[in-house]
Design a protein around this ligand. Sequence first.
Ligand SMILES: [Zn+2]
Length: 281
Amino acid sequence: MAHRMVFDVFAFLLGLCVGSFANVVAYRAPKGLSIVKPRSYCPHCRQQIRWYDNLPVLSYLLLGGRCRYCRNRISFRYPLFELLMGVLFLLLALRHGFSPQFIPGALFLTGMVLVVRTDLEHWLILDEVSVGGAFAGVGLSLLPGGVSPVSSLVAAGGAFLIFYLIRKVSLSFVRGRPGYVVPPEGYEEESESFQSGMGWGDVKLAAMIGAFLGVTASAMAFFSAFLLGSVVGVLLILLRGRSRRVPLPFGPFMAAGGALGWFYGSRLWTAYTDLATSVLG
Ligand SMILES: [Zn+2]
């Protein structure tokens, strides 16, 4: 029991640190900067951040959310995402304990958090996360206690094909309707990706989610993603008068669906099949 608690605390702290590293990746990788060099610096005054000012969450609180040198505000996103990763890793520890499944879970959820960050801020899903993650997911299915390699491969390939077809069909549907969706500022050249509401990044991400979750849980993840996306999309139109022509990144919904799928995929699947049988029979 005591061992169990030690691992829970360790997982939470590990999550905070991974969240801190994910912050660096989300800030630097979309700009093509190295994620290891130079050491962390303040984006305002470029002053290098000392290790004691770089502790996850804690330093932000101690510094009152400001840079020690130039007193400019530090984005609240940094401690927020560190805390989110800490909580996600703690949930993983509570679910799996000190077992092999903690490893794919940690990698998968780190990938999902990176998707949220980069897609919201840069309309981008890193290939290292989606393509790299798809291969990692298939490889890690060899670990005991999780999805089978067959389920992982079938789900990765199947999800890739289905999302590729959705993208192709919706593209041909909107083609020839000028100015249907206005791409966000700075992304005018990639206009076509915004027309389908689904970029290549989403197609590759679907394969990654399939690889980690297997057939049934990834089906529930994608179902949740489309459901969440529609609900939020409609709410934004109703509440903010947001135009249908303004695109919404789909990656964060897939990431949320993926995380739901990891923790509740099999339970959702059982609930769904029970419902189907009670309706049909
Ligand atoms: Zn500064």
